[in-house]
Design a protein around this ligand. Sequence first.
Ligand code: ZN
Length: 427
Amino acid sequence: MTHKTSRPARLVLLSVDGLRPGLYRGPESRRRFPNLNALEKAGASAEAVESIYPTTTYPAHATMVTGLPPRAHGIYGHLASLDPTEKARPWCWFARALRAPTLWDVARVCGRRSAAVSWPVSAGAAIDHNIPEIWDPALPDPHRDFETSAQQATPGLFPEVAKILMPMLGKADPDQMRGEAALYLWKRYRPDLLLVHFVYYDQQAHAFGPVSAQALAALESADREIGRIRDAMSNDQATTLVVLSDHGFVPVEKEAAPLTAFADQGLFARGADGSLALRRLGAVHAGGSFALYWLEEPSGDDRRRLEKAVERLCATGAVLEVVDRQKLAALQADPDAELMLEAAPGFYFSDRTDGPPVRDSVKDRGTHGHLPTRAGLEAMFIAVGREIAAGKNLGRISLKQICPTLARLMGLPADILAPEEKPLALV
Ligand SMILES: [Zn+2]
């Protein structure tokens, strides 16, 4: 017999970008990340969460709140532009690109209030107190762009939160700022649904490697913020806390530039200054994978050129697999892509347009974006709350199972969302 609540249950959803479950387990990690480990003990958790394809932040976060794969929710990749020659490419920031109802839509229909801090694909969303993740891609350091997010936030909200955040500028890391904003929203508005996206681990894992000192220090910071948020809600018995991630991470040493091979085959034009111009193909680089699009109906000759370029890339050792349209359909991934290249271990794909097709990485030391079944790309999930069994091991689950589970935890009706999976049994 489940306990009937006199008021509907609240949900706090904390996403730690790029966190693989292996990272916070093991004797030393338990001391280093005490809050993640305490939550795992106190609640139900997955051994691994199989993400979606590509294992990138925006499609995966859209799956978390719709229960659907990319082909159904409409966020196929992180970029909203298929044009790799565009200098500052927009991302899929806007919730209007979602083609299915989300958790916050259902919450609103049911008269429940929501709040979000830096949640991907949430700009313009039906969230009552929202500071979305969005930036001006033309700026040299978009990580420091608060202006664009302020403009897209719920009217009046950003100045309120900025009062608290401004004294932290230059002293706090990105997750400390997000944690502080989340705590403010929690205390001030007590939303029924609070979504927070922590990004610092992902940033440092890209730059220095998934198990680098810098990345693990960032994860310690996220762990502390998770502990602060748990403490703030500990006197509220009707709140469930869920910590999860969107994908894992793998180390890389080599950078491959598929665009150079496609340009050599004439599928992009070269300007007098050597820069690429759009011709037949669109492309989206996603680290561990690389998607290609025909922008107009290809001729037989176009197809042969594409085949040649792909052969050449395969010969460099950078490509593990060519994911064709049939496999993309089976993965419920991007319906518009002609194919996606899957990076071999140690390689990642960039949008570089000149130089050799493969070189030692000069920038990135970690990446993701591969097939969700690849080792290291698994995401994590922990749920703690009054009606959840302590220490329950859920085994390997799918990211698509999470949204229906969250809807049930909040007591929301099951028939507005259209998830593919049934809720997880957490008791
Ligand atoms: Zn991510």
